[in-house]
Design a protein around this ligand. Structure first.
Ligand code: SF4
Ligand code: FES
Length: 218
């Protein structure tokens, strides 16, 4: 057995139960749960344990490792944060080990399928309970940063990058319906992304709330 240069997170002797205990809360925070088909879940996890014994980490059993640790870190299970857009469209991870919490019965969602290339996806970005009124914060969907604001019970999502000098809007503050850039104070209307500065508006994204999560559609 060799762990190569990969940092070992699980010891030899790791069981399916250990993996479930570790992965379940992590996936739940991202809006996913284990597939309803328990036999399938155990099959995938036992394949992951074989890979763990061979490589030192729980690489995805339905993806091909490249041998480049920086690339392969993106397919250590659960890989949900790296593929948030794609999985939101599929309602499941590549293998189907995890399905979205709003899927009623995920037992048909098995197996590898190709990445969707178009269409929109509703991605859970925050726990409602952790986002009180008056909050402005940066959230991340795959590589994209979005400024998420809550004003009363309304949520607004807009591009995070200020068009003046690239300040992070999500780290600014709110003044009524305006997000104020923390660097030099440019004001962006969170309802439509507009600002008084010509040609400097930012994109906005639809938001929704359900099952205790805030979703952004990208
Ligand atoms: S696709 Fe599913 S099983 Fe594979 S690493 Fe990602 S979360 Fe785990
Ligand atoms: S970078 Fe936002 S106001 Fe200057």
């Amino acid at each position: 057995m060799s762990s190569g240069s990969v940092r070992r997170r699980f010891e030899p002797g790791t069981t399916i139960g250990d993996l479930k205990k570790y992965m379940e809360p992590f996936a739940l925070r991202l809006g996913y749960r284990f597939n309803d088909d328990e036999e399938f879940v155990d099959e995938i996890l036992s394949a992951e344990i074989e890979i763990l014994d061979e490589t030192g980490d729980v690489y995805c059993p339905c993806r091909v490792r490249t041998g480049d640790p920086k690339e392969d870190v993106k397919i250590i299970c659960p890989c949900i944060p790296f593929y948030a857009d794609e999985f939101a469209k599929l309602q499941k991870c590549w293998c189907g080990l995890f399905v979205r919490t709003d899927v009623k019965d995920g037992s048909a969602l098995h197996g590898v399928i190709e990445a969707p290339t178009s269409g929109s996806a509703e991605v859970p970005v925050a726990l409602l309970a952790e986002f009180p009124p008056g909050t402005l914060r940066t959230v991340r969907i795959a590589k994209r940063e979005i400024a998420l604001a809550r004003i009363g019970d309304e949520f607004f999502a807009l591009g995070n990058v200020c068009r003046h000098a690239f300040g992070p809007l999500g780290q600014g503050f709110l003044d009524g319906y305006y997000a104020i850039c923390p660097w030099h104070g440019w004001r962006f209307d969170v309802r439509d992304g507009t600002t008084d500065h010509p040609g400097a508006d930012v994109a906005t994204y639809p938001t929704s709330v359900r099952d205790g999560y805030v979703f952004v559609t990208v």
